[in-house]
Design a protein around this ligand. Sequence first.
Ligand SMILES: C[S@@+](CC[C@H](N)C(=O)[O-])C[C@H]1O[C@@H](n2cnc3c(N)ncnc32)[C@H](O)[C@@H]1O
Length: 504
Amino acid sequence: MAQHLGAYNEILYPPFLTAAASPDRLAAAARLRGIAAAPPDRCRMLELGCGDGTSLIAFAYAMPGSHFVGVDLAARPIEIGQEKIQSLGLRNCELRQGDVMELDAASLGEFDYIFAHGLVSWVPGVVRDRVLGLLRACLKPNGIAYLSYNAYPGGFQRDMLRAMLLRHTAPISDQREKVRASHELMDFMAQAPFPKPFHAFVEEQRQQRRFASLLYDELGDINRQYFVSDFTALAQSHGLAFAGPVAPDHSLAAMPSALQEQLDKYSAGDATAREQYLDYLTGSSFRQDLFCRAEKPVDHTRRWEPITGLYTCGLFREVERLETDPPHLRRFETPLAMRVPVPYAGVARAFEYLNSAYPRAVPFAELAAQAEDEPAERLAQILLQCAVAGAVDLLAHPHRHASKASERPRVSALARSQAAEGFQANLLCLSVQIDRRVARLLLPLADGTRSQDQLAAELTRILKQREAPDEDTAKSWQKALADPGAEVQRQLHTWCRLHLLESD
Ligand SMILES: C[S@@+](CC[C@H](N)C(=O)[O-])C[C@H]1O[C@@H](n2cnc3c(N)ncnc32)[C@H](O)[C@@H]1O
């Protein structure tokens, strides 16, 4: 563990925003399973192994009425997070340096939500067991925990690559040199004259793996994978029940009904078995699962009723319309090319409304009003399928983002503080990317003190003063200078759709 402590301090783990663990998504997921999870805007949340607190800070910013506590063994990331908290003036987020092995459950108190992302697969069994014990001890009766871990069967490929990298780099002690040698080995394997199927996986990793994630994930001392059924059994032995996967499963949208039926047959009504067979189908290598106290009944039947208390956010484009009477069929498509067939006229009107309301998350009653005399169950069932497949985002409370830019637009202070970084945390706690050329310069200015005309004037002044670093940037700056007012409008429109603008 001493090596971990040194390592995470020396070479920082890349900041990562775990959107799926935000209290509003956990609340929505829990309520769909019949658990009366706490209101996300008035809750207490704990993160174990929080790194620099990237996730907790985004949650704390978006939900000022809730309280967030993060603990991590490495001091340096905690200091970085504490500096961010201070500069943003957040009073509802505290990060502490500490070892989960030494945490005292009683003095930590109870929490509505607890999560650990990227922790349990990379720590010794005793630490993993301590994490599970803390969840049990610190979860409130309706509390929900989120744990992510590396999973089989996809993990077998990772194990294979890891074994080769570890053997190759065993004689090297310098960490940077280890990573360099690993890349060199992957480059070598990429040239295999008679590639076998696993070479495709090596190639994928060769392109994707960033320095720190290769160092800690593949080359780490411990990197343990679990079958979902084994992990849930382990959780059960600590008094925790499996409450289902948190993240939507995009592959479900494309699953033929015959396969669905076979899946139902194999799982015979058991939620864990269903997930296990699904993992065989998808080749899952990473899981993000929910747990609650073992005595809490969990409804895995996907009832539609809880949807009526949630908010839906979704963006669609109509791609097909068949309006003979009957049948009536309209097909919508999400920006990720996921198709949603809607065979009822009223439900299709509700989808059109959802689309026109975007970026706002719409309460169910408002959507149902659009569907007029269509039964609420029909709309709710289709929304539920969309949510499970990841075509819409279900939230448990309305957020404070603007649906259109005001005269003095204000980008969230958190996103403004991240203007120079690779991503922005938006007000729905998702990580989004802004245009690196113009938006990076304009974003920090949109703090609510300048009118749209003043933003255009300021942008002009800045662009005239600077020299573009490359040809592509020079072109976009020229375009912005030709009509700065239009450029500001364009950027504001984009930020609004990215949920970056705050409402007044
Ligand atoms: C892979 S990183 C993940 C960080 C963060 N959760 C994320 O997703 O970006 C694992 C983190 O767990 C922390 N950690 C490892 N062992 C720990 C322990 N015994 N107690 C507290 N934190 C620990 C490490 O310092 C590191 O920051």
